[in-house]
Design a protein. Structure first.
Length: 678
């Protein structure tokens, strides 16, 4: 039988858990050592190495042209001495485990076997999940690896040599204990043990894993370094620093104390994981070591819901994300890009010329209406003040740095209006009224409620329905207001983006392809998000104790993951305090480095609407530049933007801009299109 996949690919597919959108969790460094063994098995099969119980010998240093196995081969070829298979499994696993995993998943996505969502969840493509076969693969190799392996184990078929090696690798990593029930494992355990013992590399892998697990279980916590404590004020601790520019505050602490430190606010002690080190931990271990529900319990209480998508973890969270994903995607705004532009145009052309327009509140009206119309089918114009008040109350609940009595009185005042908004949205989505309408995120939630009312009951519907409005009222509005204020302080970029906007509208109403071509505008949005991240940190609880950078973090610890500290790291962004959109254009593309750009969070809870929001920001900026000339008011000092961190990070209410001249007055997109045709 011809092999269609590498050992690393088959190993990952065998471990795939679609309920979690990830691999089944393996204890300690087992996954890294398993991936290292898979790379060595690949090299052995291609006669690059040979093994005996005492040594691993290099036979041929010629690369295979394989991004998974070649880095391991280079390590072996670069060593002047020979070592045991166990040594190389450990060394390759520790140095290259994450790299092998990333390369393997990337290749499986390219081949259409896996699909990736914005939160770095991975799922079998529907064609594979339902047919149990791999598209584009010929013969028996097209059969899904789990089906092949289980047939060998339960029907006692004679495996091909490479199938025996794969079973031995999975057994060494205790994969079958994860994918089989206890009764099933008892039935085939003897056969698994017999197959595992056939390959020296698999036996060495089991020895390396067992030694590592034994060492980690017996290691006293006293051997870990104490977590640095950040000095603070009596009673207040570090609370004052957290009420301003949180990213700037955390970046300074990261540079002073390193990637882990402890801060204090009234009533709480919080351990901070920061920088690329913290981001890498989240990307690799968030699903097994971090939980959100305790940190958002007060938010759920205010929203009168048992759980909201922001507070969920595990398989339930993944399920709800998958239902919501299509409704928050880039495709939604691109499908109705003409509506998004018309809404922005109507607002911009109605602005008065001369007086100061408060930046945050002004763009907030545009993006909230856009999200309402495109994502839910209902403009929230009549509810905007209620949504703003409601969201600020939720922020007080999330921050947990004020006693409940200081904001509890706000809740009844606005809750009734939000319920009314949600009722209107739900009534608008009656199936009889939706015939011929595009399927949106509210349709998806209501369909899930009808299919499984136990999973998504009526008591949780309000938090789901109001979600898109909340994202627009704060996250997108804050990000866009920083971007437009910065643009009006950058005359060089202002002219570049204005020319791009004029070209966009030259032929009439732009389409999605036209908007995607706004290279400089999108780069400007990306650079603004890098410099002014609206969500600079994520609050989590350690559900399992873990080692991080030589420190021990016990289970139950309150954590803050400072995801955007890396935005100011010169290793990833040279001269990071300089505003420079060329960072995000070819050939530099600095924001594409893994874990180096996280304005919408990172890991399983990455904001689903991040791509939607970036397209939205670009269209609003282009529309503003097409129909007006603006200046900052008050005039900036060196481009600085006065901001506030309370209740969330946004430009200060006294910071704004003025419309100083109208452009293309009286010419709508439709009029421009008619003029172009004539």
């Amino acid at each position: 039988m011809m092999r269609a996949f590498t050992f690393a690919e088959d190993f990952c597919l065998l471990l795939q858990d679609d309920a979690l959108g990830d691999l089944h969790s393996l204890e300690g460094r087992t996954l890294d050592f398993g991936l290292a063994t898979a790379a060595l098995l690949e090299l052995a099969q291609h006669d690059r190495i040979d093994t005996d119980p005492a040594n691993l010998q290099l036979l041929d240093p010629t690369p295979l042209g394989d991004p998974i196995a070649d880095p391991a081969l280079a390590l072996i070829a670069g060593s002047p001495e020979t070592h045991t298979p166990e040594y190389w499994i450990r060394r390759i696993g520790l140095q290259l485990g994450t790299r092998i995993l990333d390369a393997t998943r990337d290749r499986l996505c390219e081949r259409g076997i896996l699909e990736r969502d914005p939160g770095d969840h991975f799922f079998l493509a529907p064609a594979v999940a339902h047919a149990k076969r791999y598209p584009g693969v010929e013969g028996d190799s097209a059969e899904e690896v789990k089906v092949r392996v289980m047939r060998i184990l339960f029907n006692e078929e004679i495996p091909q040599p490479w199938e025996a090696d794969l079973i031995g690798l999975a057994a060494a990593c205790r994969v079958f204990e994860k994918v089989l029930s206890a009764r099933e494992f008892d039935r085939v355990g003897a056969r698994i043990e017999a197959v595992q013992s056939l390959n020296l590399l698999c036996r060495a892998s089991r020895i390396a894993i067992d030694k590592d697990l034994a060492a980690s279980r017996s290691a006293p916590q006293q051997r870990y370094k104490p977590i640095p404590k950040v000095p603070g004020l009596p009673l207040l601790g570090n609370a004052l620093g957290m009420t301003g520019d949180l990213n700037d505050f955390l970046t300074k602490l990261y540079r002073r104390h390193g990637p882990i430190f402890r801060i204090r606010v009234p009533g709480r002690r919080i351990v901070v994981l920061a920088g690329q080190e913290g981001n890498s931990f989240v990307l690799r271990h968030a699903r097994t070591h971090l939980r959100t529900n305790r940190e958002f319990s007060e938010l759920c209480r205010v929203m009168e819901t048992d759980r909201a998508i922001i507070s969920m973890d595990g398989a339930d969270h993944v399920r709800l994300r998958r239902v919501a994903q299509a409704g928050y995607s880039r495709e939604v705004i691109e499908r109705d890009i003409d509506q998004a532009i018309e809404i922005a145009q109507r607002h911009v052309t109605a602005w008065p010329m001369g007086p100061r327009l408060r930046a945050f509140e002004t763009v907030q009206r545009i993006v909230t209406e856009q999200v309402g119309v495109l994502a839910t089918g209902l403009s929230p114009r009549d509810y905007l003040d209620d949504l703003k008040y409601y969201l600020d109350t939720l922020f007080f609940a999330i921050r947990r740095d004020r006693p409940r009595f200081m904001y509890a009185h706000r809740i009844p005042r606005v809750r009734g209006r939000i319920r009314q908004l949600c009722r209107e949205v739900i009534e608008l989505h009656d199936p009889d009224l939706r015939q011929g309408c595009p399927h949106d995120v509210i349709d998806a939630f209501l369909e899930l409620h009808r299919q499984d009312p136990q999973f998504l009951p009526e008591t949780d519907l309000m938090s789901a329905v109001v979600g898109p409005y909340i994202a627009a009222v704060d996250t997108v509005a804050g990000a866009l207001s920083f971007a437009v204020l910065r643009l009006f302080s950058e005359p060089e970029y202002l002219e570049v983006l204005r020319a791009e906007a004029d070209a966009l509208f030259a032929k009439g109403m732009p389409n999605a392809k036209d908007v995607r071509a706004l290279a400089n505008t999108h780069a400007f949005v990306t650079e603004s998000l890098r410099c002014y991240p609206i969500t600079p940190a994520m609050m989590r609880t350690a559900c399992n104790g873990f080692e991080f950078q030589g420190h021990w973090v016990p289970a139950g610890t309150s954590l803050m993951v400072a995801t955007t500290v890396v935005h100011k790291d010169p290793e990833y962004y040279p001269d990071p305090d300089r505003f420079e959109i060329e960072r995000h254009l070819p050939p530099r593309m600095e924001s594409k480095q893994k874990g180096a750009f996280a304005p919408f969070g990172l890991g399983p809870h990455t904001c689903l609407g991040g791509a939607f929001g970036q397209v939205q920001m670009a269209t609003v900026i282009a529309t503003m530049l097409r129909y007006g000339e603006f200046e900052r008011d008050p005039a900036p000092e060196d481009g600085a933007i006065r901001a506030t961190g309370y209740p969330s990070y946004r430009p200060h209410r006294k910071v704004g801009f003025r419309l100083v001249r109208r452009r293309n007055e009286g010419q709508s997109c439709g009029a421009a299109e008619s003029e172009a045709k004539s």
